[in-house]
Write a protein that binds this ligand. Structure first.
Ligand SMILES: O=C(O)CCC(=O)C(=O)O
Ligand SMILES: [Fe+2]
Length: 206
């Protein structure tokens, strides 16, 4: 049975005395999460091409970059200007910011159309994210595991159901990598909203 604490208090993931992540399994109610998923389907989804080892290919998912003015994001050699935040997304960003104690200012939305779409091992430590990279991932739709691998240690897996929130702390970006692997058995769509704090104007400074 769910208790009040399950709704309000995060589970905390530590490793060697260092806190890496916080997880709220029921950040949104089923109803709120359904409504949000419907809205997110109407974002301006893009599937850019990237160059890996000299070969061009489409990224294996769709994405949309949104945020406050001046928050450019460098992706595979190109600068992306943010789409403006609609009032509902701005309000959601404020609520996520209050929960996490971080003032997020941008969102990279990812759309995994089915279990074939994925994201490989990486950390979110681009220079525009500053010395303390802060990311919080809100999951909608099909549950997919996010895997976290820290050094030689064992891999952790967060299954992330509809409406759950995972805050990755700066130490998780420094010490670990994460990925969203393909899952052939999953036929439904998943959308993640990854709230980020970036340095406004980082790429436009002379
Ligand atoms: O979709 C996810 O849960 C992971 C996304 C992610 O790692 C990212 O956008 O950097
Ligand atoms: Fe990431």
């Amino acid at each position: 049975m769910m208790t009040l604490d399950d709704y309000l208090l995060p589970q905390r993931l530590h490793k060697g005395g260092v806190e890496l992540a916080r997880y709220w399994s029921h950040f949104l109610s089923e109803e709120q999460a359904d409504q949000l998923l419907g809205r997110c389907r109407n974002l301006h989804w893009q599937q850019p091409r990237v160059r890996v080892f000299g070969k061009e290919h489409l990224i294996p998912r769709q994405q949309c970059w949104l945020g406050e003015p001046g928050c450019q994001y460098r992706y595979s050699g190109t600068l992306l200007d943010p789409e403006p935040l609609s009032p509902w997304l701005d309000a959601l960003m404020l609520s996520v910011s209050q929960h996490c104690g971080v003032r997020y200012n941008t969102v990279l939305a990812n759309r995994y159309r089915d279990g074939g779409d994925k994201m490989g091992w990486h950390s979110d430590n681009e220079p525009e994210m500053g010395a303390e990279p802060q990311v919080a991932i809100l999951s909608l739709g099909a549950a997919r595991p996010l895997q976290l691998r820290c050094g030689e240690g064992q891999q952790q897996e967060f299954v992330m159901p509809h409406g759950s929130l995972l805050q990755l702390l700066p130490e998780a970006q420094r010490r670990c990598k994460h990925q969203l692997p393909a899952r052939a058995a999953v036929h439904g769509e998943r959308i993640s909203l990854t709230f980020r704090r970036i340095t406004p104007g980082y790429w436009s400074r002379g």
